[in-house]
Design a protein around this ligand. Structure first.
Ligand SMILES: NC(=O)c1ccc[n+]([C@@H]2O[C@H](COP(=O)([O-])OP(=O)(O)OC[C@H]3O[C@@H](n4cnc5c(N)ncnc54)[C@H](OP(=O)(O)O)[C@@H]3O)[C@@H](O)[C@H]2O)c1
Length: 267
């Protein structure tokens, strides 16, 4: 990753999180442009960042250009920076649903394109990044640099483009499912008499501790659940209720609904 200039157009929640994560990476110079300058100026207060006042100047300076804008803005932004594009630059979109083909068309084939699907734990350095390196115009060295950059700030899963909606339905949308479950257990804890603050603290620790247990023991979740489920005990009574009401099936259906919606939104 020596002497790479990494620029981000659209330094919002996700673009900003990626830039914060990469701050201090060896051999990487960071550059940013955002529609509202206040947002990118605020980012410069936090990290070492070259700030640009327009997208084209940033694109002229950067080797790798992350497009952190909303999906409906991606192609307009690519068209705006087209005069700066060439085969040595790489365009990286983090937008849901915008295909490599749509990006390549917008770029008129002038620069190789990459798709990355992050998730919100990127904001605390724990993101999972689905990365698609399928563009035949992408040089092997650039593909490696992109992988190295995202591996340095989270877990990278390299995927063919046809798997992107599946990855999005599981890992991109996934934090919302988890927070939904966290909320439900907090409500249950309040119902059985804990203060909202105590319930929230306790349940956050419950989820993070359980994930740490799964990670550190590397045991299958079924075995970890069995460890808590003693004969004729309290936990099996709770688990039986979850099974009678098909909670597992509903969670599977939720992921499938997101998957179908993602496929319908592909552009
Ligand atoms: N949030 C997620 O969970 C998530 C997960 C995976 C992927 N993504 C993808 O990440 C992308 C960004 O999402 P986000 O949640 O980070 O949104 P966000 O916080 O609204 O960030 C978008 C940023 O782009 C800026 N912007 C808009 N148009 C621009 C333009 N023409 N030139 C330069 N900057 C422009 C906005 O500036 P202003 O401040 O002026 O509005 C804003 O700061 C989306 O494509 C989304 O699909 C998000």
């Amino acid at each position: 990753m020596s002497n790479t200039v990494l620029g981000c157009i659209g330094c919002g929640n996700m673009g900003g999180a990626i830039m914060r994560g990469l701050a201090g990476a060896e051999g990487v110079t960071l550059a940013g442009f955002n529609r509202s300058m206040a947002r990118v100026e605020a980012l410069r207060e936090e990290i070492d960042l070259e700030v640009f006042s327009d997208a084209l100047s940033l694109a002229e300076r950067a080797d790798i250009i992350i497009l952190g804008v909303k999906p409906d803005q991606i192609c307009d932004v690519i068209e705006a920076i087209r005069p700066a594009l060439n085969a040595d630059k790489v365009l990286v979109s983090i937008a849901a649903g915008v295909t490599l083909g749509a990006m390549r068309n917008a770029a008129d084939g002038l620069a190789p394109v990459v798709r990355v699907m992050p998730n919100t734990p990127a904001m605390v350095g724990r993101g999972i990044y689905g990365v698609c390196l399928d563009d035949p115009a992408l040089p092997a060295k650039a593909a490696q640099t992109v992988q190295d950059l995202f591996s340095s700030i989270g877990k990278v899963v390299v995927l063919p483009e046809e798997k992107f909606e599946a990855f999005t339905a599981v890992a991109g949308c996934g934090p919302a499912y988890v927070f939904h479950m966290i909320e439900a257990v907090i409500e249950a804890a309040v119902t059985v008499g804990f203060t909202r603050q105590d319930a929230t603290d306790m349940v956050k620790e419950l989820f993070s501790g359980s994930c740490a247990l799964a990670e550190q023991t590397n045991m299958h979740p079924s075995l970890l659940r069995e460890m808590v489920t003693s004969p004729a005990g309290t936990t099996i009574a709770g688990i039986n209720h979850l099974d009678r009401t098909a909670v597992r099936g509903h969670i599977i259906d939720a992921v499938l609904a997101a998957y179908e919606k993602g496929k319908a939104m592909r552009r």
